[in-house]
Design a protein around this ligand. Structure first.
Ligand SMILES: Cc1ncc(C[n+]2csc(CCOP(=O)(O)OP(=O)(O)O)c2C)c(N)n1
Ligand SMILES: [Mg+2]
Length: 934
């Protein structure tokens, strides 16, 4: 360290502002322990004593203005390098972005090299001062770290410790790997395989889409290193979510799907004979299939780490929440009562995004928004933007407002690391940084891997048509294999011939793999078969629990610790849940739900429930989490019931549907024994998550063989609240219903709700499991006609249809059968009261709409010899609700009998805006259905 202070002149004269704070801090440390600060600083403290506080009279009197200004300027420059170094960094392989060095010029700060030489490095580098011998070296050192092929953005991070950690990680200089010649050769070989795989397919399977990785080849290197580093942290599960680009390459190189299997897929011949025999790879597929770049895989490494690539639809970014949900499930131990135990070390997610998709798709920020929320956090995802600076034909200026594709992440205080994909060694450094950061702070981190795209969007597109300037550059640009090969030959690690011969041997390896594939006989494409357990539908399961067990459970749920004081009025309401067990009143909807949950936990299935405000319930009905009025402490009675064998969790969610539903789906795919329930605030809000229903929940089994038993609750009913809170848009789910893909129910009975939940839980983990959609009540939650006597829960099973006991008594009189579900059925029942005057009709509740209970309906029709008409009654307009779905079943069952419709006429909006108009219309529908003429 050069000492610029001559004679006995105090060096503290030139300290002020930011430095002063730092020096004071160091001095305090020095006072505690002289060894804890840099030796140079310790020496200064020894010689000159305590640093003088800025602004003291001594400093004002003594500080020659010039010196202080220079030190301040140097500090500002150092900070500018840290904050704005990325603007000047060498990040773009095509060199097509201007590098802005204006904030980093010495002249902009009135500094000369000589000025800097006179400033101690410690003032600019703090703890890392050992890396430079004076201020000039310190500045150059910082420039090399912050403006090279790696650049950092972390000024968005507010936490001081975190910033300090990041800064010292970078400035310690320890991130860059020290690679032996062997390591470097292995790295080149890896890159050659990545490129070779694409080149081989390009030449061999001309014109077939593969969404080549080329231009971002080092994505594989990045993943290799993330996995290697995480092995050091003993991570057991690595969950990958990624879109089309480079997916095949990652499948073969990271998931170890053999080249032969990949080539067999391209050659359209069976690939099964090439499946590794050691059981390390698992693949699943559905009976209807999907294109090869949507398929997933799971690989178990010899060290026991499981790497899973999630199956993925074309819709960009929607897989991210699914993968975070899978990750959380892999982190949780749900085998004990209470909250599940979460261990973030057990699993982490790598989410690969496109540079157009990341800032463009809102689901990305929905996913990042919950990354620190209790029910959703996974200890930090590693996000990678596979940034080829283009989306299809759209360049960055049309893709986003922000400078970087990664900018939205900054809102979540996520550190961002940009790296030039043409520098494989820098890519290794970045991977290391990401894994260490996650382990340290359990937060998301983003790596912006910047490369280019060698071909068009797919290999058949001609990019020169739309992006000529970019593609003239691409065509002149060597591949990263060539770039790194040159680096190694110039530094004497390998000769140019070695580089060439590695390439040749990789292509030979590919050719040999393909030769083996050529021996496989072509087979006529056959559609897979639907598993029998799915075709058969759910068995009729007895789901009663015995009254004594239910009574005891009920008591336990209502016995809170004596010092726990929930809001008094609520306590009184809840205590009323004792009454049905004493022969008074009925078990209402929410009560039945809690009892079902308790019994399911006792049977050993964990439960995870989520949705907006679900703990209380949108309609203030659930109250599954109690709050002590004085201390605010929470109590979940379901955590304390006897005989529970599994965890229970319930989360009020952030205000999003898409990402949360995707997360819960992913969670359930990974933990198939868990009863996972998501509730929409009102049923129609589920349409915000339409993509999850279409592309995962309803179809994943047929496409990918991916099972789930997710339960979705959709509050619904026409109660005069206007167009948006009435309809759960049931028609959408019925339209997607086929091949027993899920169960769709619109229930009118708390007992049936109890039994359908228990039936669902019983099927979890079985071949027959499938998702369940339940249209649930609003005003009917506490309705006596919906409530259940305890014995209805204690015995019996889920009934796909219910009949109104007050109608249809005299079989010879019934002429019209009325079919309705949910609240519509209850409205009919209320209207006919004891049935007097309504002998000609009988009311049948269709509780399960899909699979449609054809046999049961037929048995009822057969019971009434005089039937002339089957009438479908619904609240929704004719073009909505269940009518268009049910009509074909009714017509088939009706034979020559009339089939009629009673509901709203066709409408573009689901319900009238005016409450009074609603009443008139509702009454007209009932009159029409019941044949009441006015
Ligand atoms: C939700 C959605 N909208 C549109 C598309 C059609 N599409 C497929 S790829 C693509 C461009 C993606 O660009 P980017 O995110 O940069 O990924 P890249 O292909 O460059 O890797 C588009 C618009 C899609 N797949 N998903
Ligand atoms: Mg792109």
């Amino acid at each position: 360290m050069s000492n610029s202070y001559s004679g006995t002149e105090s060096p503290w004269r030139s300290i002020s502002g930011v430095n002063a704070g730092y020096i004071m801090e160091q001095y305090e440390l020095y006072q505690e322990s002289p060894d804890s600060v840099e030796p140079e600083l310790a020496e200064l403290f020894r010689l000159y004593g305590a640093p003088v506080q800025p602004g003291t009279s001594q400093q004002q009197a003594e500080a020659p203005q010039g010196n202080t200004q220079k030190v301040l300027a140097a500090v500002r420059l150092a900070e500018a390098i840290r904050t704005y170094g990325h603007l000047a960094a060498d990040l773009y392989p095509l060199n097509d972005h201007e590098r802005d060095t204006s904030r980093l010029e010495l002249s902009s700060y009135g500094l000369s090299e000589q000025d800097l030489r006179e400033i101690p490095a410690a003032l600019l580098l703090g703890d890392q001062a050992g890396n430079a011998s004076d201020g000039l070296e310190a500045i150059n050192y910082l420039k090399s770290l912050y403006t090279g092929t790696i650049a950092y953005e972390f000024s968005q991070v507010a936490n001081q410790d975190e910033r300090g950690w990041i800064q010292s990680k970078i400035e310690s200089g320890a991130l860059k790997p020290s690679l032996s010649a062997e390591d470097k050769k292995a790295l080149l070989e890896r890159i050659t395989h990545v490129e070779g795989f694409e080149k081989f397919i390009h030449r061999t399977f001309v014109g077939q889409k593969r969404f080549s990785i080329e231009g971002l080849d080092t994505l594989v290197v990045l993943m290799d290193e993330l996995i290697r580093q995480s092995n050091e942290q003993q991570t057991e599960n690595i969950m990958i979510g990624m879109a089309h680009r480079g997916r095949l390459n990652v499948l073969t190189h990271i998931l170890h799907k053999p080249y032969e299997m990949m080539f067999a897929d391209f050659a359209h011949v069976p690939n099964d004979s090439f499946m590794p025999e050691d059981g390390s790879l698992s693949l699943s597929k559905g009976w209807f299939g999907d294109v090869k770049y949507h398929m997933g895989a799971a690989y178990q490494s010899p060290q026991g780490t499981k790497i899973k690539m999630a199956y993925n639809p074309s819709h960009l970014e929607v897989v991210s929440p699914v993968v975070t949900g899978k990750t959380r499930a892999a982190q949780e131990d749900t085998s004990r009562p209470g909250k599940p135990q979460v261990d973030a070390k057990k699993a982490f997610a790598i989410l690969v995004h496109g540079d157009a998709a990341f800032p463009g798709q809102g689901i990305v920020t929905e996913t990042m928004n919950y990354s620190g929320v209790d029910g959703y956090k996974t200890g930090g995802s590693v996000h990678i933007i596979a940034n080829n600076t283009i989306g299809f034909t759209t360049e960055a200026y049309d893709s986003r407002t922000t400078r970087y594709a990664s900018d939205p992440a900054k809102g979540y205080e996520t550190p961002v690391v940009h790296v030039n994909a043409d520098d494989p060694e820098a890519v290794l450094a970045v991977a290391r940084f990401a894994v260490e950061y996650r382990a340290q702070f359990n937060k998301d981190i983003l790596i912006d891997l910047i490369g280019y795209r060698r071909y068009g969007h797919n290999e058949m597109d001609e990019p020169l048509v739309t992006n000529p300037l970019m593609y003239h550059k691409v065509h002149e640009h060597p591949t990263v294999r060539e770039v790194y090969g040159r680096v190694l030959s110039e530094s004497g690690v390998l000769t140019a011939d070695d580089v060439q011969s590695i390439d040749q041997s990789v292509l030979k390896e590919m050719q040999e793999a393909y030769d083996r594939v050529k021996e496989v006989k072509q087979e006529a494409a056959v559609e897979g078969e639907i598993p029998e357990a799915v075709l058969d539908g759910y068995p009729e399961l007895d789901t009663g629990v015995g009254e004594e067990r239910l009574r005891q459970l009920n008591e336990e749920l209502l016995s809170w610790p004596s010092d726990f004081a929930p809001f008094k009025k609520l306590a009184r309401i809840l205590k009323r849940r004792e009454e049905p067990f004493n022969g008074k009143g009925k078990v209402d909807w929410a009560h039945a739900e809690t009892l079902a949950f308790g019994t399911i936990l006792q049977d050993g299935n964990p439960i995870r429930m989520s949705g907006q405000d679900v703990q209380r319930g949108t309609f203030a009905h659930r109250h599954i989490v109690l709050h002590d009025e004085n201390s605010g402490e929470e109590l979940i009675p379901l955590h304390h019931i006897s005989g529970s064998e599994a965890s229970f969790s319930i989360y009020n969610t952030p205000l999003t549907e898409t990402a949360i539903l995707g997360y819960e789906y992913g969670y359930n795919v990974e933990n198939q024994k868990a009863l996972v329930i998501w509730e929409a605030q009102y049923g129609d809000f589920a349409n915000m998550a339409q993509v999850m229903f279409d592309n995962f929940i309803s179809s994943a089994r047929a496409k990918w063989g991916q099972k789930s038993g997710l339960v979705m609750l959709l509050p619904h009913a026409y109660e005069g609240q206007g167009p948006e809170h009435s309809s759960a848009r049931l028609e959408r789910y019925l339209q997607l219903a086929a091949e027993n893909n899920w169960t769709v129910a619109n229930l009118s009975s708390a007992a049936n709700y109890f039994h359908i939940l228990r039936r669902q839980a019983r099927m979890l983990g079985e071949e027959a499991m499938r998702p369940l959609l339940i249209v649930t009540p609003k005003s009917l939650l506490r309705h006596p006609l919906v409530g259940a006597a305890p014995e209805q829960l204690a015995e019996g099973k889920f009934e796909t249809i219910l009949e109104n006991p007050a109608t249809g008594q005299d079989a010879d009189k019934v002429e019209r059968l009325l079919f309705a579900s949910g609240k519509m059925a209850i409205d009919l029942v209320e209207r006919v009261k004891d049935g007097a005057g309504f002998e000609k009709v009988h009311i049948v509740h269709i509780e399960q709409l899909y699979p449609f209970p054809v046999e049961k309906v037929k048995a009822i029709i057969d019971r009434y010899p005089k039937i002339k008409e089957l009438a479908w009654v619904q609240e929704e307009p004719r073009n909505m609700g269940s009518w268009t779905f049910a009509e074909s079943y009714l017509r088939e069952l009706a034979g020559k009998k009339k089939v009629s419709y009673h509901g709203r006429v066709k409408r573009s909006s689901p319900a009238e805006g005016d409450g009074e108009a609603h009443k008139v219309e509702q009454s007209r529908i009932l009159d029409s259905a019941l044949g009441i003429k006015k």
